[in-house]
Design a protein around this ligand. Structure first.
Ligand SMILES: *[C@@H]1O[C@H](CO)[C@@H](O)[C@H](O)[C@H]1NC(C)=O
Ligand SMILES: *[C@@H]1O[C@H](CO)[C@@H](O)[C@H](O)[C@H]1NC(C)=O
Ligand SMILES: *[C@@H]1O[C@H](CO)[C@@H](O)[C@H](O)[C@H]1NC(C)=O
Ligand SMILES: *[C@@H]1O[C@H](CO)[C@@H](O)[C@H](O)[C@H]1NC(C)=O
Ligand SMILES: *[C@@H]1O[C@H](CO)[C@@H](O)[C@H](O)[C@H]1NC(C)=O
Ligand SMILES: *[C@@H]1O[C@H](CO)[C@@H](O)[C@H](O)[C@H]1NC(C)=O
Ligand SMILES: *[C@@H]1O[C@H](CO)[C@@H](O)[C@H](O)[C@H]1NC(C)=O
Ligand SMILES: *[C@@H]1O[C@H](CO)[C@@H](O)[C@H](O)[C@H]1NC(C)=O
Ligand SMILES: *[C@@H]1O[C@H](CO)[C@@H](O)[C@H](O)[C@H]1NC(C)=O
Length: 456
């Protein structure tokens, strides 16, 4: 039994004229926000126009698996309902705010091996349900039950979004292109730019440009000068749930004016492959990065020193599978200051496009994740400081109860962020020969596939 709430509806229209593409996406219950992204290939400009229109009814939404009900699998589960049945606001108080950009879009793989929920806010993944070794679905990504927290939470953990325009850190928020120096916000420790500045892509509202029951594409216009970056950029993230429990991500960006700009995108997803059921730590996870032969050395503020040493015999050596816990006590200081754990950029001198470059397994759930990608580096952050001065409540699907009581929060070293990307701060380390500068003649592409299976 599904309760139909007309909270989201999409009127998708798109046409390609010789030099102009217009995409209209309506995302409101009562016909408020309609945004139009107009891109002119001829003039190289992009604009966002807004208008008001009457939204279509939820039943008309193309491919909507849940027909626009409150999109929260955990709430359905918590209330003993079949996972794909709709639920109501009363069932699920923390999953309120079904309003753009915090409306959840629920998708599933055609063979139902994978279920996920995405938000236009930051193009974020808020739930990912995968079967454990007993065939029971677990939600293995971190997030907020209260969806508006994605846009407002002061701890600002970057739960699950596309990060950009330039992921990871930029030393002193400074870079130079063709002799011109640019400054971006110092939003981390007052020393560097992290994930694109104070209002990075994660805090931006995307438009839905394509949607069916197993895939969604979000797009964003990032104007010239935004957060100090030169050039107008249109970025997108496409999430596809495929058979055999495969989450495929395609990210693209193109510069729409005549400027040059650094671009580095990534998916900033937090993982706990046990979903906090039976294990409260990520340190028991087995990690294998067969192609990672080097790592980028960083200072106490996690800014690269310029050196890229061999991982051999160090705490960065995951060329053979080992649990994080095995060398955890030897990591003191490598993640900045006096903390333990990793917040590190692992480098691959070479790898094939279709070979798994990262495998992570939870011995508790038996869930194994294998990642293939076109990127050459892997940033891993083992949640060394996720429990800082503020505590983040766990989602109900992960044993939370909406409070920040002990045992109900996301604790230090209970999760791992994985970012497939290019070398951290390559724009300030020309000796590495990474070309991270893009123009209208050089579009940006990012690809990765996350495959899930189980081990005994
Ligand atoms: C829900 O959406 C599906 C697919 O669009 C459609 O076949 C079905 O009739 C809808 N159900 C209701 C109750 O509107
Ligand atoms: C934990 O996982 C087990 C086995 O898959 C399942 O039976 C149980 O219901 C889960 N517990 C919770 C609290 O989700
Ligand atoms: C959700 O969080 C917002 C702040 O982002 C807060 O105003 C609201 O009261 C919260 N809703 C619930 C049900 O806790
Ligand atoms: C560091 O950034 C500040 C402010 O953004 C700028 O004034 C200064 O020139 C930069 N220093 C270096 C060495 O780039
Ligand atoms: C949904 O869209 C994706 C991405 O465009 C495509 O690969 C897939 O075949 C589509 N699925 C259906 C059921 O139309
Ligand atoms: C499904 O995935 C598993 C593990 O990733 C792989 O061994 C198997 O060959 C895949 N099956 C199909 C039909 O692709
Ligand atoms: C690291 O170890 C591997 C395998 O033992 C070896 O082939 C490689 O030469 C070593 N690299 C360095 C830089 O010592
Ligand atoms: C690290 O060392 C402490 C103190 O000796 C010990 O209690 C803890 O179990 C060790 N942790 C790991 C993951 O080995
Ligand atoms: C978690 O890490 C932060 C930052 O390192 C630290 O301030 C805090 O005390 C840690 N919390 C616990 C419970 O160890």
């Amino acid at each position: 039994m599904r309760s139909l709430l007309p909270f989201v509806s999409l009127a998708l229209s798109a046409w390609n004229a010789a030099a102009q593409t217009t995409t209209t996406v309506s995302t409101a219950a009562s016909g408020v926000a309609t945004s139009t992204l107009i891109t002119s290939a001829a003039t190289g400009t992009s604009t966002l126009a807004s208008s008001t229109s009457t939204a279509a009814s939820a039943g008309q939404t193309p491919g909507f698996v849940n027909n626009g009900t409150v999109g929260s699998y955990p709430c359905a589960v918590a209330n003993g309902l079949p996972a794909l049945a709709g639920t109501t606001l009363a069932d699920c108080p923390d999953a309120l705010q079904p309003v753009y950009p915090y409306n959840a879009i629920d998708l599933r793989a055609p063979d139902d091996s994978l279920r996920a929920s995405f938000l236009p806010a930051g193009a974020a993944i808020s739930e990912l349900w995968v079967k454990d070794r007993n065939g029971v679905f677990r939600d293995i990504v971190l997030g907020f039950d209260n969806k508006t927290n994605y846009g407002t939470d002061l701890a600002h953990p970057y739960f699950g979004p596309q990060v950009g325009r330039y992921a990871n850190r930029i030393k002193n928020g400074t870079f130079t292109i063709d002799g011109e120096t640019y400054h971006t916000p110092l939003n981390e420790n007052g020393r560097d730019t992290l994930h694109g500045g104070f209002v990075g892509y994660d805090r931006s509202s995307y438009q839905i440009t394509s949607l069916n029951s197993s895939a969604v594409t979000f797009a964003l216009h990032d104007p010239d000068g935004n957060q100090g970056f030169p050039g107008s950029v249109i970025a997108s993230a496409t999430y596809i749930l495929e058979n055999n429990a495969t989450w495929r991500i395609e990210m693209d960006a193109r510069v729409t004016d005549h400027k040059k700009t650094p671009i580095m995108l990534s998916s900033h997803t937090y993982w706990n492959l046990a979903a906090y059921n039976g294990s409260q730590t990520v340190l028991d996870h087995i990690v294998h990065m067969p192609r990672v032969d080097k790592y980028i050395k960083t200072d106490q503020y996690l800014i690269p020193t310029g050196e890229i040493p061999s991982v051999n015999g160090t705490v960065f050596d995951f060329q053979t599978p080992r649990a994080f816990s095995e060398r955890f006590n030897d990591t003191l200081g490598v993640c900045g200051g006096s903390c333990k754990g990793w917040d590190s950029c692992f480098v691959m001198s070479s790898h094939a496009r279709d070979e798994p470059v990262l495998e992570v397994t939870s011995p508790t759930s038996g869930i194994k994740m294998s990642v293939t990608t076109d990127q050459d580096a892997i940033q891993l952050y083992t949640c060394n400081g996720i429990k800082g001065s503020r505590s983040l409540p766990r989602k109900r699907s992960q044993g939370g109860d909406g409070t920040t009581d002990a045992g109900k929060i996301y604790d230090n070293h209970s999760c791992v962020v994985i970012e497939m990307e290019d070398y951290i701060d390559g724009i300030n380390n020309p000796q590495w020969n990474r070309n991270q500068i893009y123009s209208q003649h050089r579009p940006y592409h990012w690809r990765a596939e996350y495959r899930f299976s189980t081990v005994a």
